[in-house]
Design a protein around this ligand. Structure first.
Ligand SMILES: Nc1ncnc2c1ncn2[C@@H]1O[C@H](COP(=O)(O)OP(=O)(O)O)[C@@H](O)[C@H]1O
Ligand SMILES: [Mg+2]
Length: 206
């Protein structure tokens, strides 16, 4: 096993499991949390992540296959998608793939799922398909306010990590999103995104 990423929440290892190229995602204990609470939280997120990875496949969203879940140490062994995170691609690619990202997020929302951590590192491009990962904070919700929170986050990421292409990417993302959810839902959610943004601005002034 080779450690490839030490994240804030989990460590990521690459490995081979029964001849398959795999990723092991393990949520390490956090000693600043109460131990019982910590164990439950890691377990809950591991369950949520593995369930959602599998569930959203039926909506047509590409995700890694889940091979093995261990709730004792909060680890998941899943298919390794041997592509690149959208975050690391050239600008022109990010712009054109934003539509597919928007499509996927629209499909999630239409099926009552909020991703909870929409960043450009949580989409992986492999063989012209965009895979979605990192579902530990996902929630089952049909509340437009929750869906707006998802959009607000990815918009913020585009703004900060991809500032020079923000406008074009966001336009494509929204176009992909609207195609899936329809224009009525789209308008409602966009209004809520603006509301969240104006609250944010107000909060920073005070
Ligand atoms: N199934 C996978 N296939 C390929 N790369 C992956 C896979 N899962 C995670 N990664 C890589 O590891 C990184 C971190 O994994 P992620 O599940 O997003 O955890 P974190 O909660 O730390 O963000 C991803 O951005 C991606 O680069
Ligand atoms: Mg991630």
């Amino acid at each position: 096993m080779e450690l490839v990423k030490k994240g804030a929440e989990a460590d990521i290892y690459t490995s081979i499991w029964n001849n398959f190229k795999t990723i092991m995602k393990i949520r390490k204990p956090k000693n600043y949390r109460n131990p019982t609470l910590d164990k439950n939280l890691r377990k809950q997120r591991t369950i949520r992540e593995s369930q959602t990875l599998m569930e959203v496949k039926s909506f047509g969203i590409p995700t890694p296959l889940v091979y093995f879940v261990n709730l004792r140490d909060s680890s998941i062994i899943m298919q390794r998608i041997p592509g690149k995170p959208i975050h690391d691609l050239p600008n022109s690619k990010i712009i054109s793939l934003s539509r597919q990202m928007g499509n996927h997020v629209g499909l999630l929302h239409k099926n009552g799922i909020m991703h909870g951590d929409l960043t450009t590192s949580n989409f992986i491009l492999f063989q012209d398909k965009v895979y979605v990962i990192d579902f530990g904070l996902s929630q089952k919700t049909i509340k437009p306010e929750d869906h707006a929170v998802d959009l607000r986050l990815i918009k913020e990421i585009l703004n900060s990590a991809h500032a020079s292409i923000m406008e074009e990417s966001w336009k494509n993302f929204l176009s992909g999103y609207r195609n899936v959810v329809g224009s009525t839902t789209y308008s409602k959610i966009i209004k809520l995104v603006s509301e969240i943004e104006s609250r944010g601005r107000y909060a920073t002034v005070v």
